[in-house]
Design a protein around this ligand. Structure first.
Ligand code: FES
Length: 171
């Protein structure tokens, strides 16, 4: 495949802005594969997740196999390989949060939003995912809601945050 063909193929999947942003990252790394996580983040920032087509296009651009890039995406658990809601709830399921009743809080969230881990609410506002320690163990239990870290979770707090979305997400 010639460089022109690769470029045409890429342009049909990735936007000019995405390719430019990936190029900017490539300027800082000695090997193209060194920009893998940043390239995945760039595409996800625009689209919310990384589709198979995008993953293949990025892999070609970085001269990696799709399998290699998939491995990076899978290892880095903040790359979403399926569509997600407008906000992703990253709920800490590690030990400090667990001993502070994170299981009970998670059950309350699932009840309010009608979803379990991996699920997205019917109104597409939230996707709920487990994550390892968020580094805020002294304020456990904690979660991220989009860009916001929410600490000292209890059932009342969760009710306040998600209670109004309950009706919209009932079958
Ligand atoms: S264990 Fe939950 S933030 Fe560390």
């Amino acid at each position: 495949m010639t460089q022109d063909m690769i470029q045409t193929d890429l342009n049909s999947v990735l936007s000019h802005e995405e390719i430019q942003a990936i190029d900017a990252e490539l300027a800082h790394v000695p090997y193209k594969s060194g920009a893998a996580i940043d390239a995945l983040k760039i595409v996800q920032a625009k689209r919310g997740w990384v589709s198979d087509d995008c993953l293949i296009a990025i892999a070609r651009y970085l001269q990696m196999s799709a399998e290699q890039l998939e491995g990076v995406a899978t290892f880095y658990n903040l790359i979403y390989r399926r569509p997600v809601g407008e906000k992703v709830i990253l709920f800490c399921d590690s030990v400090s949060c667990w001993i502070s009743n994170s299981d009970g809080i998670k059950a309350k969230i699932s009840d309010l939003l009608g979803i379990d881990y991996g699920g997205t609410t019917l109104d597409n506002r939230y996707t709920l995912l487990p994550v390892p320690c968020l580094g805020a163990c002294d304020r456990a239990p904690v979660m991220m809601v989009g860009e916001d870290l929410v600490t000292h979770l209890d059932e009342a707090r969760v009710q306040l945050l998600f209670g109004q979305t309950t009706e919209a997400n009932k079958d």
